[in-house]
Design a protein around this ligand. Structure first.
Ligand SMILES: [Zn+2]
Length: 483
């Protein structure tokens, strides 16, 4: 029995093993057979000759919490072959939090006050259950979200009672199905949280079998200290850690990923550590005047006070206004920006590190977003693997599938095997390429033919199919499924 038979493709199974020729049969929400599949009455045959059949890509670093509800077809991700997104990164999750005033940056990357309306984490997940998106969602709880919902002022460590309250909300979210806790210690709402506060919360992850992910306090001059702080949380709380969008920023820190990767590799000998990265030398986040001097160039992605600034360079805006770039950045607030702060050689080194997963860090609500939102996965496969030869196709696919599923405990996903969920991407290995650029960021990639989520097609030949078979991947369900 089969609903779909992908005929005569090249299977790259997500484990890093060499490719092989095979047919893949899908029935219901599962892969039923990989090999020479017999014809089956009623099955739709899809010619996969010359195409790669791979597991659907897992975007381990997203801010898609609200996009899953606002744009359930998730075209910016489905068009790249992505079938699962990890949400709630960098300390900011849409739940559990109810706001009646503007969210403090960077919570405003997710939405406005009216979008923060889920008092309980379970309420948010229930909304996804009721109106499912096209893709699967893996939820993290954000530490900054917990802080904003618990503390009256954020420029200080949490007091004992506040840590207790945050802990209760974290445990409630873990009970609802969250897979872990994220922090964004670099950002204002969490910068004053000392390691003791983070560890007190991270200790609650251990009994749940959940993980800790962190946008570290410092990715510049203090990056090594920040790595050690992150490792210590994992060691003391005895939980796996994931270092988010790993990089070293600012010209004086160019080249230092040679050191950071050594530190990470050494620490991996004694504790569980993962990391993710996006394939660009520019980052993007809220517009911060203190970031302006660090960057070679700054491009505005949105501005509430000067909407027409989106898509323009900060330097040009400053010239027009006759002020310094820092002053211009103040006048655009609240706003978002793209910062050129990395060295290409560092980007290469981090991407090529065998333990690095791919995460887009795309910002889906930006008016003029960083091209990583639409381009990340095809760029790794096209530019970095095929054109530049930084790693093999098999290694590239593993970084976006099998490795990621193992890190996040996504049972029966991330690897093509009979019995696994049919999250499958069919792409042309010679044509796959990102088209999104810094000038024109909202362009879908080339080379993705079919994308299946839980056995249903969500993307075919440049269009969403309209199907919405995505599921919330709750921690408990996945722990039960592990055999
Ligand atoms: Zn971040």
């Amino acid at each position: 029995m089969a609903d779909y038979i992908l005929r005569g493709g090249t299977v790259v199974d997500g484990t890093g093993s060499p490719r092989f020729r095979a047919d893949v049969a899908i029935w219901g929400d599962h892969i039923t057979q990989i090999g020479a599949v017999a014809r089956s009455a009623g099955a739709r045959e899809i010619d996969a000759f010359g195409m790669v059949i791979s597991p659907g890509f897992i975007d381990v670093h997203t801010h898609d919490d609200r996009a899953l509800i606002a744009t359930p077809e998730m075209a910016m991700k489905a068009s790249q072959g992505v079938t699962t997104v990890v949400i709630g990164n960098c300390g900011v999750s849409l739940a559990p939090l109810v706001l009646d005033a503007a969210p403090p940056p960077p919570l405003d990357l997710l939405g406005d006050a009216c979008d923060f309306r889920y008092r309980h984490f379970a309420d948010y997940l229930a909304t996804l259950d009721r109106t499912p998106p096209a893709l699967n969602a893996v939820p993290l709880v954000g530490h900054s979200t917990l802080r904003v919902g618990t503390m009256s002022t954020l420029d200080r460590p949490a007091e004992a009672l506040e840590i207790t309250r945050m802990g209760e909300r974290l445990e409630e979210a873990l009970d609802a199905g969250a897979v872990g806790l994220s922090t964004g210690l670099y950002y204002t709402p969490a910068f004053h949280a000392p390691p003791a506060e983070i560890e007190a919360l991270a200790r609650l992850l251990r009994p749940a079998g959940a993980i800790y992910t962190s946008h570290m306090r410092d990715e510049g001059a203090g990056v090594l200290e920040s790595l050690r702080e992150t490792f210590a949380v994992g060691r003391n709380a005895r939980v796996p850690v994931v270092i988010s969008h790993h990089k070293t920023i600012g010209r004086e820190n160019f080249g230092r990923t040679a050191l950071t990767l050594q530190e990470i590799a050494a620490a991996m000998e004694s504790q569980e550590i993962g990391l993710d990265a996006y394939p660009y030398s520019a980052g993007s986040s809220s517009l911060r005047p203190d970031m302006v001097a660090l960057a070679e160039n700054v491009l505005i992605t949105w501005s509430k006070s000067v909407p027409e600034a989106a898509g323009r360079e900060l330097a040009a805006i400053a010239t027009d206004l006759g002020v310094t770039p820092e002053e211009a950045a103040e006048r655009l607030q609240p706003a978002g920006a793209i910062y050129w702060v990395m060295d290409e050689a560092d980007v290469d080194r981090v991407l090529a590190f065998p333990h690095t997963m791919i995460g887009s860090d795309g910002l889906p609500h930006d008016q003029h977003p960083h091209p990583r939102l639409w381009g990340t996965f095809p760029r790794v496969l096209g530019h970095y693997s095929r054109t530049r030869g930084l790693f093999s196709l098999e290694a590239a696919v593993r970084k976006m599938t099998g490795l990621s599923a193992a890190r996040f405990g996504l049972s029966r996903r991330g690897v093509l095997a009979a019995g696994n969920y049919a999250d499958v991407t069919l792409f042309d290995p010679l044509a796959i390429a990102d088209r999104a650029t810094f000038e024109t960021p909202n362009l879908s990639a080339e080379g993705i033919a079919w994308v299946f989520v839980n056995g249903r097609p969500v993307w075919h030949d440049g269009e969403p199919t309209g199907e919405r078979p995505g599921r919330v991947l709750r921690r408990q369900q996945m722990q039960v499924e592990v055999v």
